[in-house]
Design a protein around this ligand. Sequence first.
Ligand code: ADP
Ligand code: MG
Length: 625
Amino acid sequence: MVTDEQASTPEALNPIPFKAETRQLLDILIHSLYTEREIFLRELISNASDALTRIDFEMLTNRSVLDPDAELAITITADPEQNTLTITDTGIGMTAEEMAENLGTIAHSGAKAFVAAAQKGTKNLADVIGQFGVGFYSAFMVAEWIRVISHSHQPEAQAAAWFCTGTDTFTIEPAEMTARGTQVVIKLKEDAKEFAQEYRLRDIIRKHSDFIAFPIYLGEKREQINRQTAIWRQPLRKVEKKDYEEFYRQLTLDFSPPLTYAHMAVDAPVQMYAILYIPAKAERGMFTLRKEDGLKLYSRKILIQEYCKDLLPENFRFVQGVVDSEDLPLNVSRETIQASRVMAQLKKLVASKIIETLKKMANDEPENYGKFWHEFGRYIKEGIATEQTESQELYPLLRFHTITHLSTWSSLDDYIRRMKPDQKEIYYILGDDARSLVQSPHLDMMRQHDYEVLLLTEPIDSFMLVRLANYKDHPLTNVAAADLKLPPQENEPAREETPTIPTEQWAVLIDRFKNHLGDKVTDVRMTDRLSGSPARLVDPEGAPNQELQRVYRMLKEDFDPPKKVLELNPRHPILVQLNSLASENELSGIAIDQLYENALLIEGLHPDPASMIARIQKLLESALH
Ligand code: ADP
Ligand code: MG
């Protein structure tokens, strides 16, 4: 019988099989990533750095750890004779059980994604490998065997050694080690001897691990290789663009440079340093190092939280970077940090800095801002829709296409600058896509009188408009509203002398429509709001406005838009013709149906456009007759 006590001793665990995915990862790594092998060192250094961060944090509240005064550092030595490489850290360390757990499975989500990509047959595996964390196992790309010796920070723990040759199993046994931390010893493969050369190691460390927050010492002379400075604590004028970009790359492993960045050094009301980045793409790559939203939060250079979401307004969650404040109370739990007044102040500072940076970018680099808008515009709209703090501040950041400026971005200020002298309101139209929107009959009048109209085609727009009712005292007005009032026109453009249905015949024609369409519409009437279009649909009085209808439609699947009023253009040739057609004529009914369904289609409300084809063919037949 195996007792619990026996089961937990290292001997009873040997030899231990790897979990399935680990084995696969190992095979793929060894065989497909030959040219990118050097990244194994980045992975081991990053693990050492994580272990140092954890002991650093632990010691804030617990001084009864092993070797409390040991320098927090990483030491790398190589022996070209023996062909070995050793990476030592004074971090948190691992017990035998922790080694079996941590080094026997792939916890790393990047590694899982990588196995999945390999199984799907992704061709450019070697291209993507440089961009993501594969973890501890990547060392088997260069290792004949690996021995990990560790002593946990818990003073009473036993040191243990993990050993593996890259086959199906590993072993764990007790070891001699008195100092706290972990030592990874690698016996290099014959074809990996280069990694026992110090000059080669120096290059790799500078390339991939320059901003690791703990010193990395190399060789017997213990020469420090990484620059290790907290770049955010440097004087602003001393840091160059390439440093910011390099730091961004090491922080995120995103290889596209950020669209822009901001460096903050603030003394009041709270002390803080920060570097904030706007990434080039909204979608975080599958291989990024940043697995969640949030900024890295430091206090006095100690990493307090890897993903601090409380520093960013929700709608700025795409921002990456680092915040460091001396004013955070350190000896408290993370929960208390979240609630603290300092956090609220930091968040406010961060939010205004982001807005300021975006405004500056919009002014100084409009083209770059266009890229920003393309990627992140919906986050700005979301901020307005959800009434984030300072949501008024977001208004100037909005950009739109308009009926007169279809392919460029205009701000609300651009729009106001171009307004007609008599114009008070900012006009907009809502729809599903710009191409069908520009055909909308609601624009007839606007075009005729030269009013510019914003084209709003994103789902979030309706939500935004519920909040954004005014900009600089100009109300935002939907041109599809039945009761839209345009300013009185001084020189009404002369209408062409085209035949019009005489007023006294309107009632008869309207009745024909009503009888034919039945309860598909709530009413039919004539309008003078149309010129090029024969008909349009508008909401009956008292119906929820179009923005709310769209919001309901998105929130509730079974929401039916209210029935509409069909408005007819008495000057349009189709209606003039229809009016002179005998009501018994078969074509009369067909034309009415088609006019109605065209109007439905242009509103984006037609449930089944293909169903119109039979009718259209009939119309063609008689036209060609
Ligand atoms: P990840 O670092 O993403 O968790 P790795 O495969 O790189 O994945 O490492 C697996 C785990 O092994 C780590 O999460 C950690 O618990 C443990 N580990 C690896 N190296 C060290 C080390 N030097 N000190 C302490 N723990 C380590
Ligand atoms: Mg790791």
